[in-house]
Design a binder for this molecule. Structure first.
Ligand code: ADP
Length: 458
């Protein structure tokens, strides 16, 4: 029909603008690498990534042994974990985990850090009491509590005063220092023999986890609702503070969500998404690749087709106009629908947009939009990773392990496949053997355990 032809035209045009040929990916990778260099240069910061946050304590060697505790502060809750490491890169075992909701009155106040730390300390005490250690020789000495923060990037979360404060932890060392101090105060007050050395972004915790398992682990990528990267920087002096001038290696949280390049394949849909977002002009890379935005891009294309090509009939389905109504798990479910008549696509269209019926060819078009959006996102992630490895000078003759964690990577199979194949495509058979993409071990909250391990003297 005419409608479908017109919708097809919109789709083809969109796909054309989203195209990421290898040459373009290399431009993106090269720019990522040069921006990273620029960030490290003393004085003027030429890049557009965030201010690098260095984490100066040591990273695990893989020989750490013992029972370690960690805490992961998240959007509306925190998770306390305990696990056992046995050295020789052996897998984390005996993992216990407890999730605790943060009461609203704490979340809604910017001055509630003290109360929050009090609550966390009380819960840690309970947790320690409940999970009796299997180690017989438990010393009564002070232990390290690994402390990581996962930033809520959900633009839809009711903005809480405390959230906006935590958000800054990732870009501000002092902020983390304050939280650590407050937490130590609370631990002491409640008579808990534990101490927090540093509060860091959880991506750095993941890098610590990657390091425990593999010395060639050089970067950790988180790909969930939002996205972030921590990598190992061996450049000393320039940005390393006096306190640790002997540090040969530093973990840097690079805030790659802020990356921008004129080579990014941006479309009118991305432009309007950005313009209507909470922070126009910021986090452009994140808005192309992370779980928060993929479904929203798809929705915008569908809306255009509904308006201009009457894809879903004469009346535009009202729910199709609601921003962020299509979430990436639903997008993935439609995209990965292998049933003959795309029954899952139809079920999702009904469930999310109240679209009663659709023809098979319309459903197929929906999956194609999902494909274009996820392919572009995953290929850009691949290019970004190649850029990082290039910056580290490790593309040739050296192995690099990149750990990736997060719901988007873990659960969206086609996205993950596009990501892997892109790295291979960019590097070719020879070089791609040097870049190993690994899934993170132990899940998201375990990161703090590795942090605790690396901060404990042996
Ligand atoms: P965070 O919200 O801290 O990033 P996760 O790493 O667990 O937490 O990632 C959750 C995000 O991953 C979801 O918000 C969603 O964007 C994405 N996600 C989860 N499951 C799926 C799925 N099945 N398909 C596609 N994306 C998914």
């Amino acid at each position: 029909s005419n409608q479908q032809l017109s919708a097809q035209r919109i789709l083809r045009e969109f796909a054309r603008r989203c195209a990421t040929p290898t040459s373009k990916l290399w431009q993106v990778a090269n720019e990522m690498a040069s921006d990273m260099e620029a960030e490290l240069a003393p004085g003027d910061r030429g890049g557009n990534l965030g201010v690098p946050v260095s984490y100066l304590a040591g990273l695990p060697t893989g020989e750490e042994k013992g029972t370690f505790y960690g805490i992961n502060l998240r959007g509306t809750n925190f998770v306390i974990v305990r696990g056992k490491l046995e050295g020789r890169n052996e897998a984390l075992s005996d993992l216990s985990r407890q999730e605790i909701e943060i009461p609203l009155h704490i979340l809604s106040s910017a001055d509630s850090t003290k109360e929050l730390c009090d609550l966390m300390a009380v819960e840690v005490a309970k947790f320690v009491g409940l999970h009796v250690e299997s180690d017989s020789k438990v010393e009564a000495t002070e232990r390290t509590l690994g402390f990581t923060v996962s930033l809520p990037v959900d633009d839809l979360l009711p903005s809480s005063a405390l959230h906006s404060k935590w958000r800054r932890i990732s870009v501000n060392d002092t902020m983390g220092g304050e939280l650590a101090q407050e937490m130590n105060h609370a631990l002491k007050k409640h008579g808990i023999e534990m101490r927090v050395f540093a509060v860091v972004n959880d991506t750095i915790g993941h890098l610590a986890g990657g390091r425990y398992y593999n010395k060639e682990s050089v970067a950790a990528v988180s790909l969930g609702m939002g996205t972030d990267v921590a990598y190992i920087e061996s450049l000393p002096q320039q940005i390393v503070k006096e306190s640790s001038s002997e540090a040969a290696e530093t973990a840097i949280n690079m805030q790659w969500g802020n990356f921008f390049s004129s080579h990014l394949p941006l479309t009118e849909y991305d432009a309007s998404l950005d313009a209507e977002s909470a922070d126009p002009g910021c986090r452009i890379f994140e808005k192309l690749i992370s779980g928060m935005y993929l479904g929203e891009i798809v929705r915008r294309v569908l809306l255009r087709m509904a308006e201009e090509s009457a894809l879903f009939g004469d009346v535009v389905p009202p729910k199709l106009t609601i921003s962020y109504s299509l979430r990436s798990p639903d997008m993935a479910a439609m995209h990965q629908d292998t049933s003959q008549d795309y029954e899952i696509v139809q079920a999702k269209l009904k469930e999310i947009f109240d679209i009663e019926s659709s023809t098979t060819s319309v459903r197929e078009m929906v999956t194609e939009i999902c494909d274009v959006v996820s392919e572009r996102g995953a290929r850009l992630v691949g290019a970004g990773i190649v850029g990082i490895v290039k910056k580290m000078g490790r593309l040739a003759n050296r192995k690099s392990v990149i750990t990736i964690e997060g719901g988007l990577y873990e659960h969206y199979r086609i996205y993950r496949n596009y990501l892997h194949s892109t790295v291979w495509e960019m590097l070719g058979t020879d070089l791609s053997d040097n870049v190993i993409i690994d899934h993170s071990h132990g899940g998201s909250s375990a990161a703090s355990i590795f942090l605790a391990a690396s901060q404990t003297d042996h």
